[in-house]
Ligand binder design. Structure first.
Ligand SMILES: C[S@@+](CC[C@H](N)C(=O)[O-])C[C@H]1O[C@@H](n2cnc3c(N)ncnc32)[C@H](O)[C@@H]1O
Length: 215
């Protein structure tokens, strides 16, 4: 056997999913109601239309960077009904929530509980990776988990978004990315910088969303 040969990557099966599940178990009991909210960003209609357009209904594995209360995660779960969904979030809130006070009242000590309560009925299909996006993506890389689709909606500053895009690309080619808040300066800056270093991608964008497939 050639010891210098790298193992062939399996793309049809995801043996790492079980490992990831065991690392991030759900709470034993459904948490008590905290705020009883689910759809906190109604203005995101156009982004959700982009998800609807680009997310194949037969997707097997979806990763969401930035899940918050679970509204967009639920939307994707209902659209691709066979998919397992990996939700990556610190559940501590984004810097802009605190800086610009854009969000509804947030008790960020209980965000994770609220998410668990909201998504309890779908917990068999969802792996809540309670960590930073880069740590979450690093785990996926190490476990050889390659998603079909990644929704990017965590931090919105240029450095963080660029890092997220590079880390997603490290998971492989052919991954469809849809990202939110293309109207935010940091997001647009990151996407344009990424594209400059990766001219092979075919970028599509609306006012509030962007999308491309990793090459
Ligand atoms: C805009 S909210 C996500 C909204 C959600 N996608 C929806 O539409 O329902 C952003 C989320 O990203 C998380 N977040 C921000 N920066 C992060 C990072 N570097 N790593 C992990 N999570 C992060 C925050 O905790 C917050 O819950």
């Amino acid at each position: 056997m050639n010891t210098h040969q790298f193992p062939t990557r399996k793309i049809d099966v995801e043996p790492g999913i079980d490992s990831l599940k065991s690392m991030f178990p759900w709470p034993r009991e459904k948490p008590e109601a905290v705020m009883d909210v689910i759809g906190t960003f109604p203005e995101q209609g156009t982004v959700w239309k982009a998800i609807e357009y680009f997310l194949p209904t037969d997707a097997k594995l979806i990763v969401e960077l930035g899940t918050f209360y679970g509204a967009s995660l639920r939307f994707m779960a209902l659209h691709a009904t066979q998919a397992t969904l990996v939700a990556v979030d610190t559940w501590l809130g984004s810097p802009e929530f605190f800086l610009r006070k854009i969000a509804p009242p947030i008790d960020n000590t209980r965000l994770y509980e609220q998410f668990c309560k909201n998504m309890w009925d779908m917990r068999e299909r969802i792996i809540p990776v309670r960590n930073t996006t880069l740590n979450g993506l690093s785990l996926l890389l190490n476990l050889e988990i390659k998603p079909d689709f990644v929704y990017v909606d965590a931090a919105h500053d240029a450095l963080s978004v660029l890092a997220d895009l590079v880390a997603i690309s490290s998971l492989g080619t052919g991954i469809r990315i849809v990202g939110d808040d293309y109207d935010a300066h940091g997001v647009q800056d990151a996407v344009q910088r990424y594209k400059a270093h990766c001219p092979g991608i075919k970028l599509e964008a609306g006012n509030r969303w962007f999308s491309f497939v990793t090459v």
